[in-house]
Ligand binder design. Structure first.
Ligand code: FAD
Length: 321
């Protein structure tokens, strides 16, 4: 049966985030030939409607409101509940990002709906929609379906492929005005830390360093390798705790969960809590001087040796590719 599915877009730096484009593709599967409606919230966000259409949305609902300029739980929840009430969808999809993780359980609770979080795949089986999600820190996968009510899911970045961009597509745009009141939080200003240009959760290539990197200075060769490969720099908690880099780079159970095409673990021992954040990467390369390091158990390629010798050689070689 075809369905109406809302895909809630996430805007960053004036662009629709890649995970929102992936959410449109997931929305198409859930809709089963029905309608995928993009939802754009923010202040002066109309310019982004085309991204929704180019990647497969049939219609876009736009909400411009000064209270939506920066994300706050209260304002976004109030606005989205009004969209959901107006549209009455059978499905809702959004990215499993910091915002998605904050919003989705609150919305699900208000809608008295179940929530399938952190899905990495979605398929239809007859009339049923089946999601796959990792469990036990990525050691196993479970299949989940919604038996009744709204099909509400968040999707992990970098797992579901966005549709091919098609500039010829367009559709209906609906402006919706919403009431937002009694806000408990107001964002006055946002000061962003300068920690790399590529978003870790969406990066295709990640170069991660651990305590073995030994200092903030020691991360420079990793940054150079990342620059050559167009990747992002990540870190273990060991490196963050030691003050070599910012906690926003931490990957693992209490950091970010990433699924890049290529993950370099450099001077990282491979503790279970680190593996929880990266073991589903498509290809893992480990560089460690200890041949018994646990990281080699999950690595597709391993180099045993001193990272300070190996990383610069690798960077030089890759510059010539
Ligand atoms: P180490 O374990 O000290 O490993 C350093 C590695 O570098 C060693 O294998 C060593 O052989 C190698 N090395 C040293 N010098 C060189 C060299 N010159 N060349 C090559 N290799 C070298 N950790 C996370 O990463 N992410 C998390 O989210 C996280 N969450 C946690 C949550 C909880 C509740 C707990 C208890 C722990 C958590 N941890 C997390 C910490 C985790 O248990 C480990 O302590 C941490 O991952 C270790 O970091 P590391 O591998 O960088 O350091």
């Amino acid at each position: 049966m075809s369905k109406k599915v809302l895909v809630i877009g996430e805007v960053r730096d004036g662009e629709l985030r890649k995970v929102s484009l992936e959410a449109i593709a997931a929305g198409k599967v859930v809709a089963g030939g029905g309608e995928v409606v993009g939802v754009l919230l923010g202040e002066k966000v109309d310019v982004l409607v085309n991204s929704f259409f180019q990647y497969g949305a049939d219609r876009v609902v736009v909400i411009n409101h000064s209270a939506l300029k920066s994300y706050t739980t209260d304002a976004y929840q109030q606005a989205l509940l009004q969209v959901i009430k107006t549209e009455n969808p059978e499905g809702i999809i959004l990215g499993h990002t910091a915002i998605g993780k904050d919003l989705s359980p609150r919305l699900a609770m208000k809608l008295k709906a179940g929530l399938i979080s952190d899905a990495i795949a979605v398929e239809t089986n007859g009339d049923e929609t089946v999601f796959t999600r990792p469990i036990y820190s990525g050691k196993a996968f479970e299949k989940k379906k919604v038996k009744e009510g709204i099909i509400f899911a968040t999707i992990r970045p970098n797992n579901i492929t966005a549709l091919e961009r098609d500039d010829s597509r367009n559709g209906e745009i609906k402006q919706l005005s919403v009431e937002i009141q009694d806000l408990r939080t107001v964002i006055k200003d946002v000061v962003r830390k300068a920690v790399g240009t590529v978003d870790l959760s969406e990066a295709k290539i990640i170069i991660s360093g651990g305590r073995g990197v030994k200092s903030e200075e020691g991360f420079k060769p990793l940054q150079e390798l990342a620059d050559v490969l167009g990747g992002a720099v990540g870190a273990s908690r060991g490196a963050c705790d030691a003050g070599y880099c910012d906690y926003s780079l931490q990957i693992g159970q209490t950091g970010k969960v990433v699924t890049p095409d290529l993950y370099f673990a450099i001077g990282i021992s491979g503790a279970i809590q680190h593996l929880a954040g990266m073991s589903n990467s498509k290809v893992i390369v480990a560089i460690n001087k200890d041949p018994e390091a646990n990281i080699f158990k999950v690595a597709d390629y391993g180099i045993v040796g001193d990272l300070f010798q190996i990383v610069p050689i690798l960077t030089e070689e890759l510059k010539n590719v």
